[in-house]
Ligand binder design. Structure first.
Ligand code: F6P
Length: 373
């Protein structure tokens, strides 16, 4: 009996998604003779049964294309907004899974997708996931696809900012994505030779950063590049966030939970202006003119790097192989040159942040980079 596979992409788009769809689709359809369909716009597409045929024709010519031919969304099966109301769409998704005679649903996504996929597994569906995100923060995989491309883009930006910072004798604070993990800022900061790298894992002291910049001035360097992760925060803010998170965890009553959630939302709003505030503080403390560059979505756009094309193809074809063997309920994790099926329970809800003893942190310190501590 021909196996039937459904594929969807969920969460933020990322370079390499099409390469993964192609790797999985070509291996499943061309090599193993399975039937493959795609669902559009993530979990919303399977809820609305919006499908797309994935055959030799549609899978051709997409290896190098950025974004996802399927479209994506951040909708979650158990919290879907329909007609202005929040509903649990799990049952409808199960109905459409059955209507399409699926043997398995393959979900390509980051941390949020792993969580949603686990819920669908618990609801009885056969699920496989592939780890995708520019943030590289999915647990139980050496790497996620999308990271290498974004790392290249952010590094090039840091490179380019050097000449303008140098010419104007300025501090340039460059904000790099990564959600609540510092992989992208740390990687690009080291590769681009940033003078200061600030990541969420190491709450910073603005005086330490200013001192490092002043020291560079004393050494004749009248400019500095500060690479700051979007999730990085000062020691003071980190303490406020911790307090709010603790309160949320300890909240017993509905009222307490509401209050704690409101405090967290307020913190998020305050944090949005963090990079601009940091640049202003550094300007005041060092008297060097400061400018901000927020790299934003440019880091997610465009063609995937060779590393991401290779990784996505490996993961996609490994998923087809697992399906052929009837292995479900797993994420295809990267292990060195190979892959390993990781039970979804072991990865869902477990963010991979930069360990404080990680060798990259050591290397950054060894070359004289200030990490804000
Ligand atoms: O997860 C990828 C990512 O680009 C993060 O780095 C960033 O915090 C987030 O997505 C932005 O999300 P959205 O696309 O929903 O604005």
């Amino acid at each position: 009996m021909k196996k039937h596979i459904g594929i969807l992409t969920s969460g933020g788009d990322s370079p390499g998604l099409n390469a993964a769809i192609r790797g999985l689709g070509k291996a499943a359809h061309g090599f193993f003779g399975m039937q493959v369909i795609g669902f559009r716009d993530g979990f919303r597409g399977i809820m609305e049964n919006r499908t797309m045929t994935l055959d030799a024709d549609t899978l051709s010519g997409i290896l190098t294309v950025g974004g996802t031919i399927l479209g994506t969304s951040r909708d979650r099966p158990e919290r879907m907004t329909v007609g202005g109301k929040l509903i649990d769409a799990t049952d409808v998704i199960i109905e459409n899974y059955e209507k399409n005679h699926l043997d398995v649903l393959v979900c390509l996504g980051g941390g949020g997708t792993q969580k949603a996929a686990l819920k669908l597994k618990e609801a009885g569906l056969n699920i496989i996931t592939l780890p995708k995100t520019i943030d590289n923060d999915v647990a139980m995989t050496d790497m996620t696809f999308g990271y290498d491309t974004a790392l290249g883009i952010a590094t090039e930006a840091v490179d380019r900012l050097h000449s303008t910072a140098h010419s104007h004798h300025r501090i340039v604070v460059v904000e790099i994505m990564g959600h609540r993990a510092g992989w992208l800022a740390l990687g690009a900061g080291i590769s681009g030779g940033a003078d200061v790298i600030l990541i969420p894992e190491i709450p910073y002291d603005v005086d330490s950063v200013a001192n490092a910049i002043r020291q560079r001035m004393r050494n004749g360097k009248s400019f500095s590049i500060v690479a700051v992760a979007e999730g990085a925060m000062s020691r003071g803010d980190a303490a406020i966030l911790k307090g709010a998170l603790d309160k949320k965890e300890k909240a017993d009553t509905k009222e307490e939970k509401k209050k704690a959630k409101a405090a967290l939302a307020e913190f998020e709003v305050h944090h949005t202006g963090n990079t601009l505030r940091l640049a202003k503080q550094l300007e005041e403390l060092t008297r060097l003119e400061s400018r901000v560059t927020i790299l934003g979505y440019v880091q997610r756009g465009g063609a995937p790097s060779a590393v991401d094309r290779l990784l996505a193809t490996r993961l996609g074809s490994a998923a087809a192989d697992l399906i052929n063997r009837g292995i479900y309920g797993v994420m295809v994790g990267v292990r060195g040159d190979g892959t390993e099926p990781v039970p979804l329970e072991k990865t869902a809800g477990k963010r991979k942040t930069v360990p404080l003893n990680h060798p990259w942190i050591q290397s950054a310190r060894h070359v004289g980079t200030n990490l804000g501590d």
